[in-house]
Design a protein around this ligand. Structure first.
Ligand code: IVH
Length: 703
């Protein structure tokens, strides 16, 4: 810990003070070292800990204030000022390696005026009237530098302090979009250093969080942290699980075997990126635009601000670069950033509102989740009134009090979260949060296991838990009983018609038809959905039982190995663990669940009511599905699907025997195209042998 809590609080309060008066005249030389320390502190929180205390925008303001005051009092500035070197992310856990050339940062702009100023400066430096710029997305992930020698990837490092970074070669090798071999020699380049950003797609980020929620783990706050966290784990297997992508945005260094600089053989940034794209790197292609003059740049930036949400990766702005390398050289560098490039930062999706209250919800395995009720506020087009606070530690770490003004942000694309409270706006009427000691539903004393973040109600008969388990049982991810949602579960439970999962399969539909708000038609709809669910594969049934830590994937792995669900009553822990990818925690919990007589009775009652407990074709390992419509075929989905999610479509295809692959090549058999399909469709047409299906045609074939 580099800073004590007290120091951190002091830094935080001082930051607020500086942020509230940016009038340079009130500052004296004494403010210079203070501001230096402040910026250093925020860089430490951001780069080293991945836990910023202020928004990027506020950090930028502090940084700019420091720059301005140093300019006014240069003698007061220390040689180690943050303006004279870039932020540090060295955590000391990895081997430290020197970059071939320093990895600098970018200057920031926020509006058209800033961009015009930048253009004016570039024109002055280059003595040109017309500058051609490239404009490309500014990826929000973790910066990396990758060295290739003799066409082989030999070293990857994080940005570190700009001069030295942390070696993460093993981790980076798991990034599939990063070629381990690439033909640099085709251009006479023996050694090259590339710069890029490791990122995580929005889809992948959401999938990880769904999984983490299922496993009772704390959710990842945003995709940037997930990417940097994925890079800086000691376990490359964890990096691999995150499925990071690496976008290359700069060829920093290139030389031939004799050490001669090879960059002069490439004329522009545009050419360099096209070359890298051609030898197999993931680069901005359609997203990158050559703009003739700053007006076009501004237009492009504004356009991207409106479409950023539709882009599959989180981006926090655009990067504008002078395209021509000779002109870049003329512009040169400050110690912090190149003078030939600037970032255009999008408006943060942040707002402040009042924390009105905290409600507590009990989940299906008894975990208590605090939920903030805030005064409704519109954030990037969505009205927010409830925000998950994850657990007690989260509330403590943010020092939240009821009545506080809080800064909220929409992380990822959908999940809003509380960045921090604004203590300087407290009136004295705010109330400390009293975290419950007992279950809000059944009043059982809550417990917290050593390695878990949540307090839990351990009473299996707790009404809130029972309801949550029933709601989960019928949900899409579990038994997928169409139209049978939370409302029906609660209503039938209150009527005493559903007490256990088995009761769902022996409802009296005549009674339902007679209920107020129902009728023959809706009763029939429920009946047919329930009947359909009875023949579900058993991996769905296993998942639907809400066994702690038994997620979708583990349920599938177990279902592959059994012929009947009740076989598990005889399974030992060792039998579970002998399955690849099943660990002791899942083994323990599942084994314990199947040792409880009440649970076995319930499964038997389900079977008696017609629920399938036998292994089905869909439970068998996928490669054994030989009689599906797509057996032996490879398939790829592209564009926006309207009838189902991408994951759901891929599952359906797998269930019909297909293998999902991720690229269009001669190996691809079927391409399913949704709306706005782009380059993949063009490529498939060119290859000519690929069967192209619309989403509707795909579903028809499945039927
Ligand atoms: S060019 C000399 N291009 O933004 C600096 N950077 O805030 C050249 N970033 O550290 C950087 N997307 O990690 C460049 N298309 C892009 C980028 C990009 C994301 C990151 C990069 C850099 C940070 C600066």
């Amino acid at each position: 810990m580099r800073y004590t809590t007290k120091q951190q609080q002091a830094f935080y309060d001082t930051s607020k003070k500086y942020l509230s008066y940016t009038d340079l005249h009130t500052l004296t030389p004494k403010d210079v070292p203070l501001l230096e320390d402040l910026v250093r502190f925020h860089e430490y929180r951001y780069y080293v800990l991945d836990e910023p205390l202020v928004s990027d925008y506020e950090y930028d303001l502090l940084y700019k204030l420091l720059e301005a005051i140093e300019k006014k009092y240069p003698d007061a500035s220390s040689p180690n000022s943050p303006t004279k070197r870039v932020g540090s992310d060295l955590a000391g856990d990895f081997a430290s390696v020197k970059h071939l050339i320093p990895m600098l940062s970018l200057d920031n702009s926020y509006n058209a005026d800033d961009l015009i100023k930048f253009d004016t400066q570039v024109k002055k430096l280059t003595e040109r009237n017309n500058i051609i710029y490239t404009v490309e997305p500014k990826f929000d992930g973790g910066s990396i530098a990758i060295i290739y020698e003799n066409n082989q990837l030999i070293r990857t490092a994080t940005r570190g302090n700009g001069e030295e970074g942390e070696e993460i070669t093993a981790q980076s090798r798991t990034i599939k979009s990063l070629p381990l071999e690439a033909d640099f020699l085709s251009k006479g380049i023996y050694r090259a250093e590339l710069r890029g950003e490791a990122v995580i797609s929005k889809e992948r980020f959401n999938a990880i969080n769904t999984y983490r929620a299922e496993e009772g783990l704390t959710l990842l706050a945003n995709s940037r942290n997930s990417a940097t966290g994925g890079l800086r784990t000691k376990d490359p297997a964890e990096t691999s699980r995150r499925q990071l992508d690496a976008f290359i945005f700069q060829l920093g260094f290139a030389e031939d075997e004799n050490g001669n600089d090879m960059l002069p053989s490439i004329k522009s940034h545009h050419d360099a990126i096209d070359f890298l794209g051609n030898i197999g790197f993931k680069v901005s292609k359609g997203e990158k635009k050559l703009c003739y003059g700053i007006e076009e740049v501004i237009e492009q930036c504004n356009h991207w601000a409106t479409i950023r949400d539709d882009y599959p990766y989180e981006i926090d702005g655009m990067v504008i670069k002078v395209d021509n390398f000779d002109l870049q050289d003329i512009c040169g560098y400050t110690s912090h950033h190149p003078r030939w490039a600037i970032a255009f930062k999008f408006q943060a999706k942040q707002a402040t509102t009042k924390l009105l209250d905290i409600e507590y919800q009990i989940g299906k395995i008894g975990s208590l989740t605090p939920v903030a009720k805030v005064a409704p506020v519109s954030l990037a087009g969505v009205t927010i009134s409830s925000i998950s606070l994850h657990n007690e530690d989260f509330i403590k770490s943010k020092d939240l009090r009821i009545g506080d003004q809080v800064l909220i942000e929409r992380a990822g694309d959908v999940i809003p979260y509380i960045v921090k409270s604004l203590p300087e706006l407290r009136t004295g009427d705010e109330q400390a949060v009293e975290y419950p000691t007992h279950c809000p539903s059944c009043h059982t004393l809550l417990v917290r296991e050593e390695d878990e973040a949540a307090w839990r109600c351990t009473n299996l008969d707790c009404k809130a838990q029972i309801l949550q388990r029933l709601i989960f049982h019928v949900s899409k991810d579990a038994m997928d009983i169409d139209g049978f949602g939370e409302k029906y579960i609660i209503r039938f439970y209150e009527l005493g018609w559903i007490k256990t999962m088995a009761d769902i399969y022996r409802l009296d539909y005549n009674k339902i038809a007679g209920l107020e708000g129902f009728g023959e038609k809706s009763a029939e709809k429920i009946r047919s959905a329930v009947e359909k669910a009875k023949s579900n594969p058993i991996h769905r049934l296993l998942h639907s039982l809400s066994i702690h830590h038994l997620g979708q994937r583990a349920s599938k792995l177990i279902a592959e190995k059994i012929s009947h669900v009740l076989d598990l009553t005889n399974w030992s822990i060792e039998e579970y663990i002998s399955i690849k990818d099943i660990g002791p925690v899942v083994a323990e919990n599942t084994s314990r669940w199947f040792a409880i007589e009440k649970n076995i009775d319930m499964l038997q009652e389900m079977e008696a009511a017609g629920v399938n407990l036998h292994q089905t074709e869909l439970d068998k390992p996928k490669e054994l599905i030989t009689d599906g419509v797509f057996s032996g075929k490879t398939i790829l989905f592209t564009g926006t699907l309207t009838q189902m999610g991408r994951k759901e479509a891929q599952n359906k295809a797998e269930d019909a025997g297909a293998k999902n692959i991720s690229a269009v090549s001669k190996k691809l058999d079927i391409l399913v195209v949704g709306e706005n399909a782009g380059s993949k469709l063009d490529k498939a047409r060119k290859i000519g042998t690929i069967q192209i299906l619309t989403e509707v045609e795909f579903l028809e074939l499945l039927d």
